[in-house]
Design a protein around this ligand. Structure first.
Ligand SMILES: [Zn+2]
Ligand SMILES: [Zn+2]
Length: 268
């Protein structure tokens, strides 16, 4: 089974293309199940509404309706997901609002540290003055809290803090080990997100050391392209599957109605 659980759409304002187009491209690449995971409205999470960053609250109804229509017309399963920003301390707000929707799965992601959108190319200069080890500690502490919140089924692009190629100068195995232990304890699933191969770092999220540790501890994984344009739908998932198999993974997680089942990975 090859799935692509991380597809955006033009609704978020910084992606292009329509759902049917993403789906068609993913199918051509051998994807057998897709899930849309557009950015959940920030204003529903207690943030100011920002244009071009997430869907707007009033777009959610159309988002659900369009996916439900696709489910009737295409021959592969289409799941309803969302990528939800995790804001430490706002768990209550998130829990209340998310309970009002019928998602198949929720991807929890950290895109902000102290209000800094550290994945945004336009904010990249802010890395320069930072203690990168300290930054990694802060980021992965947020990831651990995200997992412990119990709000999400999947942690999105686990080590995206490396996006622009900044790595701690010393050994940071301890951070990797601790994070993976928390992931295991909380039962959350990790996406193997191929968009890192298209980013300046040139390495998928998460990197080999994280994947190895997830494998060792039995943390489940799923797959996502994080496509923001149609041409990236389903991209590099075959390469991801080969890597997972080489590391000893034999199954990936799929979700329906927020329940996880494990499906065999295709042979390579
Ligand atoms: Zn996005
Ligand atoms: Zn993201």
């Amino acid at each position: 089974m090859i799935v692509d659980y991380h597809l955006h759409t033009s609704r978020c304002g910084h992606a292009t293309g329509e759902m049917a187009e993403y789906l068609a491209t993913a199918r051509k690449r051998g994807v057998e199940e897709v899930g849309f995971a557009d950015h959940f409205p920030l204003e529903l999470l207690g943030e100011a509404r920002k244009k071009g960053i997430s869907m707007a609250a009033e777009e959610l109804e159309g988002y659900f309706a369009e996916i439900k229509e696709l489910q009737q017309t295409v021959d592969i399963p289409v799941k309803i997901g969302a990528e939800v920003d995790y804001f430490p301390g706002r768990e209550e707000t998130a829990a209340q609002v998310l309970a009002g929707y019928d998602f198949d799965y929720l991807i929890g992601s950290v895109h902000y540290l102290d209000g800094w959108d550290f994945t945004h190319p336009g904010r990249r200069d802010l890395y320069a003055g930072k203690d990168i080890m300290e930054l990694y500690r802060q980021y992965f502490a947020a990831i651990c809290r995200l997992a412990e919140s119990g709000l999400f089924d999947i942690v999105g692009h686990l080590d995206v803090i490396k996006k622009f190629g900044y790595f701690p100068p010393g050994d940071w195995t301890e951070i990797i080990d601790k994070t993976c232990r928390v992931l295991k304890e909380t039962g959350i699933c990790v996406e193997f997100n191929t968009s890192g191969w298209r980013a300046p770092v040139g390495e998928a999220y998460p990197g080999p050391a994280f994947l190895q540790k997830c494998r060792e501890l039995g943390v489940p994984v799923t797959l996502g392209s994080d496509a923001h344009s149609v041409r990236d739908a389903g991209r590099d998932l075959d390469r991801a599957v080969r890597i997972l198999r080489r590391l000893g993974f034999r199954e990936i997680a799929v979700f329906s109605g927020r329940r996880r089942t494990m499906c065999p990975l295709p042979p390579v």
